[in-house]
Design a protein around this ligand. Sequence first.
Ligand code: COA
Length: 140
Amino acid sequence: MGYRIVHQLTEKQIDELVTLYHNEFWSNQRTRGGVVKMLQNTNLIVAAIDDAGRLAAFCRVLTDFVYRATLYDVIVAPTRRGEGLGRLIMQAVVAHPKLKEVELIDLTCKPEMASMYEKWGFTTDLGGTISMRRRRSPAE
Ligand SMILES: CC(C)(COP(=O)(O)OP(=O)(O)OC[C@H]1O[C@@H](n2cnc3c(N)ncnc32)[C@H](O)[C@@H]1OP(=O)(O)O)[C@@H](O)C(=O)NCCC(=O)NCCS
């Protein structure tokens, strides 16, 4: 099966992305409306599409294209894992011409995924800093 990298999704591929999101622990509550708004406001989308036009792998980047970028939602379709698609999209991200200038690329993952991201130069060494996060409470 051949794959091409795209930076925009068709309506049908958006449906397929929503299905991929519904399989993953961090994104299983996402709605199609939310995903459409998210895609409209995401700086860079990297997706692998098969010969039949189906979404096979996805990730996205929020960035200023100079100093900072954050990688999100690295997902390969469940039936296509272990075939190199994760590598294909990670390679397409780190080599993307629009990200060439970016000083730091961040991502968040479970500890057991670190060895995968290390293949593309990511490290758990944050140079003495820590990561912090604020989650909006339902009452707000
Ligand atoms: C993680 C995921 C994207 C990997 O995709 P994949 O297509 O199976 O990965 P590939 O076959 O391209 O493998 C790429 C490399 O990463 C390694 N790798 C893949 N999954 C890994 C894992 N869970 N832990 C450590 N290394 C892993 C492979 O061994 C391979 O190494 P190599 O090329 O040096 O031999 C895929 O399993 C997935 O979508 N998982 C569910 C969503 C998820 O957890 N995403 C990550 C969120 S942080």
